[in-house]
Design a protein. Structure first.
Length: 140
């Protein structure tokens, strides 16, 4: 059995190149490199006012808010989410999350039907200097 404690994860800091509001701390707790066959997860934290950045994912995703308040933009719709609420993001639909609260927001993304995920962002991330995050290039 593989288990992960979300409270003790080592997170990587990402900042949008020429996009100061695009900022998060993130990691992929479980995905193909860890032995999953048809699911993957991403965990990220957003400080107040910070945004994940508009992007698409190669698989359907559920976004579960663990702490805080965010605005979720999925396709052309935007709405608030708070602790315990989930948003559904269809495969390849542009989406974004922005922390609208006054505390850190913590979110778990669960990808169905794939253990290899490619996220393509509109703006470049630092430190990777890339618009894509591809789990096949990450170590388990």
């Amino acid at each position: 059995m593989k288990t992960v404690n979300l409270n003790t994860l080592e997170l990587t800091e990402f900042t949008g190149k020429n996009a100061p509001g695009q900022h998060c701390m993130a990691t992929f707790p479980l995905f193909g490199a860890h032995g999953t066959e048809s699911t993957a997860t991403v965990y990220f934290e957003l400080e107040p006012g910070d945004s994940l950045g508009r992007h698409t994912d190669s698989a359907e995703e559920l976004l579960l808010v663990l702490e805080g308040n965010v605005d979720a933009e999925v396709g052309g719709e935007t709405g608030p989410l708070s602790k315990g609420e989930i948003a559904h993001v269809p495969r390849m639909v542009p989406h974004n999350l922005t922390n609208t609260g006054n505390q850190k927001a913590k979110v778990l993304g669960i990808f169905g039907g794939a253990n290899h995920i490619v996220a393509t962002f509109e703006k470049t991330w630092l430190p990777t200097d890339s618009k894509t995050v591809d789990t096949s290039q990450l170590r388990g």
